[in-house]
Design a protein around this ligand. Structure first.
Ligand code: SDX
Length: 428
């Protein structure tokens, strides 16, 4: 039986701190009294060893490559569920009955449109604008058109704001794509399910009959499911931090979109394809780029490799790699980037630099291959990640508010100047 407390010896005193138990995975030392009792704080750059909250939503085991949504293994969810059901599961904690699913889907469809004025907003962006900047702006702008969804305190109002955001966000993502492609925007179609509706808003051409390609829809469902939530990652922690000030849901998610944009986080799926294209344009010399990634003097990194938590393999990457093979085969696409990706993976997984640092392909390594096969432009890949992660952001924001987590306000170890007096410019 493990201890249920730890003892810190400091300055001749012994201080006891209780251990907070978990269902599975990391147990935590409750240090809420540490500073008052010892005058010390902890320092943990990047929070690699620090729990920010107690959560019941998603669990991942980085050493064994396991990921559970509300206790259900990602492999089973990816194979048997659909994105709308996963959104319900993350938001409500259990798989829906037939009636609950129908009610949830109906609640989302109630908002399957976006105010016309928002179209004028998207028109003012240059076509060259990065889609993540457009998406973050439009998401925050939703606040202006749906003020009642901003300051929500009851579970019912939070669920209402969630349904509204889920419905409208798929429009914003699709509209961002249409803007990038210079195409007129499409409105929603209530006769379709969530992913089919998104797919049609993205790809329906005004002058052609629209055909729903089930291979593409199934691939999108799986990709969105695999990106739906992932514990306290950078963008989710951002949504929680912003929401901890009781900022509204839309503005909190808008902040999360900006965090996800970073190339070390969700922006990696775009960076992976750009890296593969660079290697292809440079003659496909995979070994040269593996050496560059290992060279400390070179700031080149193998994008799509490594993970803060997964130190064995990312279960999502395993599923996406198979999906990439399936969809390229079914669409009859030969993708040189995929060949280079496979070579990179093979070389890197045999190279001691990567093996010793436990650097394996992550979720972003193969997802871009599929998005490219679906005809989605590279700059849109992280928007696809954002659409997938939306239910995770909302669920984590809702849990933070219902648990009444305090406003986030970390401390610091100060190493700046000691106190000194102001010197007039004439005397400097
Ligand atoms: C996502 O947190 C999540 O859950 C995120 C995510 C989610 O679903 O929300 O899973 C999505 O963000 C996936 C990660 C996508 N990012 C990338 O693919 C970018 C490339 N990867 C790295 O930048 C890096 O691996 C991170 C940022 C993902 C993790 O960084 P860590 O945990 O802070 O590790 P580190 O930077 O301290 O690196 C440890 C060592 C270092 O070498 P040494 O100083 O020990 O000699 O590994 C090296 C690093 O230089 N290293 C790499 C590398 N990643 C780490 N070397 C070459 N190529 C890489 N990709």
């Amino acid at each position: 039986m493990s201890d249920n407390k730890v003892i810190l010896n400091y300055d001749g005193n012994a201080y006891e701190y209780p251990i907070v138990d978990s269902t599975i995975g990391d147990r935590g030392i409750d240090i809420s009294k540490l500073r008052d009792q010892t005058g010390l704080i902890t320092l943990d750059l990047g929070y690699k060893n620090t729990g920010a909250t107690i959560s019941e939503i998603t669990y991942l085991d980085g050493d064994n490559g396991e990921l559970y949504y509300r206790g259900y293994p990602i492999e089973q969810i990816a194979e048997k569920s659909n994105f709308t059901e996963v959104m319900y599961l993350l938001l409500n904690g259990s798989l829906p009955t037939t009636e609950q699913f129908a009610g949830f889907e109906k609640g989302i469809k109630k908002y399957n449109f976006v105010a016309d004025e928002m179209k004028r907003l998207i028109d003012v962006f240059p076509r060259s604008a990065h889609p993540m900047g457009v998406l973050s702006s439009l998401t925050s702008a939703l606040t202006a058109f749906n003020p009642k969804a901003v300051d929500v305190n009851s579970k019912e109002d939070m669920d209402h704001a969630a349904e509204m955001l889920i419905a409208k966000f798929s429009h914003l993502c699709a509209w961002t794509y249409r803007k990038k492609m210079g195409l007129p925007i499409n409105h929603g179609d209530d006769s379709l399910n969530y992913v089919e509706n998104f797919y049609k808003m993205c790809f329906r051409r005004p002058n052609q009959e629209f055909h729903l390609d089930s291979t593409v829809v199934n691939a999108l469902e799986k990709l969105l499911i695999l990106h739906a939530d992932h514990e306290q990652n950078c963008s989710t922690s951002t949504v929680r931090m912003v929401g901890s000030a009781h900022t509204g849901l839309f503005a909190s998610v808008s902040a999360g979109i900006s965090a996800l944009w970073g190339p070390l986080h969700g922006g990696a799926n775009q960076a992976v394809i750009e890296m593969l294209e660079m290697i292809e344009n440079d003659g496909g010399d995979v070994a040269k780029y593996v050496e560059k990634a290992k060279n400390k003097e070179d700031n080149f990194r193998l994008m799509g490799f490594g993970h803060r938590v997964y130190k064995n393999f990312d279960p999502r990457a395993t599923i996406i790699k198979k999906a990439a093979d399936d969809i390229l085969n079914s669409l009859g696409i030969e993708d040189k980037a995929l060949d280079i990706a496979r070579q990179l993976e093979r070389v890197a997984l045999e190279d001691d630099y990567f093996v010793s640092r436990k650097l394996y392909p992550n979720v972003d390594f193969y997802s871009g291959i599929i998005y490219r096969a679906l005809g989605i432009p590279t700059e849109m890949f992280t928007v696809m990640f954002a659409l997938g992660r939306l239910p995770g952001w909302i669920s984590q924001w809702k849990e933070m508010r219902l648990h009444n987590d305090p406003i986030g306000r970390p401390r610091q170890v100060y190493q700046g100047s000691a106190k000194r007096d102001y010197v007039d410019i004439s005397a400097r």
